[in-house]
Design a protein around this ligand. Sequence first.
Ligand code: 1HE
Length: 265
Amino acid sequence: MTRIDDLPLANLAVSADDDGIATVTLNRAAKRNALDSETVEELVTIFSALPRSGVRAVVLRAEGTHFCAGLDLVEHFKEDRTAADFMHLCLRWHEAFNKMEYSGVPIIAALKGAVVGGGLELASAAHIRVADQSTYFALPEGQRGLFTGGGATIRVADLVGKARMIDMMLTGRIYKGEEALAVGLCQYLVEDSEAKAMDLARAAAENPPLSNFAICSAISHMQNMSALDAAYAEAVVAGVVNTQKDARGRLEAFANKTAARVRPE
Ligand code: 1HE
């Protein structure tokens, strides 16, 4: 088990409660939680440690009124990076976001304000996105003379489809509210995204960790495979997960007619 309470962090904060729900906070509100290279390293550190910390679910939230303003444009300007420098930086973004997506631990993003550029790339690496009425989504890379480098071509295209992503990047189109929900940028639109994200994290944490591990890593891996290989991998994962000891009591309760039924009310 890795301890998460003594990780060296400046721009992020992490804590866990007694139920194993961790809260990861983007803690650079004065810069609208823009992702500088130090913050990206901290994301790698946190999301490398969390899957081995015994944590059962994670809420990813932000200080201030904006979730994340994306790439730190001021740092990028001042560093005047070479192509190779920026490529290596992008690989660290990928390291961080892959650690999130393939972690096996449910990550619920509580969104507000700007979720733009690299901020949307960060949000799209979470397993569930919860927006409030202030939340808006954009990919302003085109207007900044940039291109996505933190996985948007994979994850944002996956959420909204290629055509919408290209429109967002070419025209600076902003999605919010019901429209953002309808196109798949978020799965929930609520008054209080943090409270809802915490409720969802608590609900997910009730599942056996091995089931959550499969849900929060196997599906992503399988999307990278051919259908034939994915079907094979699914059978193998199901063989392991569906015979776990943790499931016996739940199956017994259903067989004994004491388990909750799956009903809409
Ligand atoms: C920043 C950043 C940033 C704010 N990098 N410092 N992302 C963008 O194009 C979004 C750029 N940011 C904005 O459009 C606005 O800042 C917000 C709409 C997010 C917030 O507006 P507001 O009025 O609340 O704040 P502000 O006055 O614009 O900024 C407050 C401070 O945060 C200010 O610093 P200060 O030292 O002058 O107080 C800003 O400079 C700072 N700040 N956003 C650096 N992004 C892997 S490739 C990914 C490519 C991309 O992500 S492109 C999208 C970049």
